[in-house]
Design a protein around this ligand. Structure first.
Ligand SMILES: [Zn+2]
Length: 249
């Protein structure tokens, strides 16, 4: 029996606020393969227990969605200097500009964006070549992640601004170039919305997900260059446990 509780835009406040700023996971040697892979995260540290016990984990496969009038996401993004970080799990660009999104009454500041290959969320059981996660936080410490799929096509000129500068090992670089994350978004801002979690330890729940339906381009070479440095960094899809995916065109 399904209960119809769908207060989806209101996120609970009970999750680790420091999860993104300084992931406790960095001290444990979690990864994506073998004995430190996703199946073992929960056992690696007490704080990671929700990785297996959680009922609203991310990523998910999106196969059905319910059309809903969620309003539009207002992207108020500005140019930021590019600080490109290899944190051992992904390539991340830290945002230092005054950039935020507004959805309904909620305003979330952009912290950083980073990449996964292949995509973590899937649509109709199909992964895309890559997925970008733009991670935002509001004044209450609640997280909202905007996901953007990347599919192979032409080279992505925005990624080119820092792709060749990706540190080959754990390190960071401040570049002279700047980027407006808005230029990494698809033209059509239709999206899926659901409640989920961080896709990396400690897998904290209470994260509001907004996944763009349209993908943007990335070249085969750009995917290869990412994989050569980071390797496969996609957590497998998690049970949706009856969660609704809402759809906004
Ligand atoms: Zn991510």
């Amino acid at each position: 029996m399904k209960t119809m509780k769908t207060a989806l835009l209101v996120v609970p406040m009970c999750f680790a606020l420091n999860a993104v700023a300084s992931p406790p996971g960095d001290s444990a040697n979690w990864g994506y393969e073998g004995s430190t892979g996703p199946d073992h995260w929960a056992a690696m540290k007490q704080e990671f227990a929700v990785c297996s016990e959680g009922k609203r984990q991310s990523p998910i496969n999106i196969d059905r969605s319910v059309s809903a009038d969620l309003g539009t996401i207002e992207f108020n993004y500005n140019d930021t200097k590019i600080e490109v970080v290899n944190n051992g799990h992904t390539i991340q660009v830290n945002n230092s500009a005054d950039s935020s999104i507004k959805i309904g009454a909620g305003k979330f500041e952009l912290l950083q964006f980073h990449f996964h290959s292949p995509s973590e969320n899937t649509v109709g059981n199909k992964p895309f070549d890559m997925e970008m996660h733009l991670v935002h936080k509001n004044d209450q410490g609640e997280l909202a992640v905007v996901g953007v799929f990347l599919k192979t096509g032409g080279a992505n000129n925005q990624l080119s601004k820092f792709w060749k500068e990706m540190p080959k090992s754990k390190d960071k670089k401040m570049l002279t170039a700047s980027i407006n994350p808005k230029d990494l978004l698809p033209a059509n801002k239709s999206f899926y919305h659901f409640k989920g979690s961080l896709t990396t330890p400690p897998c904290s729940e209470g994260v509001s997900w907004f996944v763009m339906k349209d993908a943007v381009d990335v070249s085969k070479d750009q995917v290869k260059e990412f994989l050569a440095i980071v390797g496969n960094n996609a957590r497998p899809v998690q049970a949706d446990n009856g969660r609704f995916v809402l759809s906004k065109n």
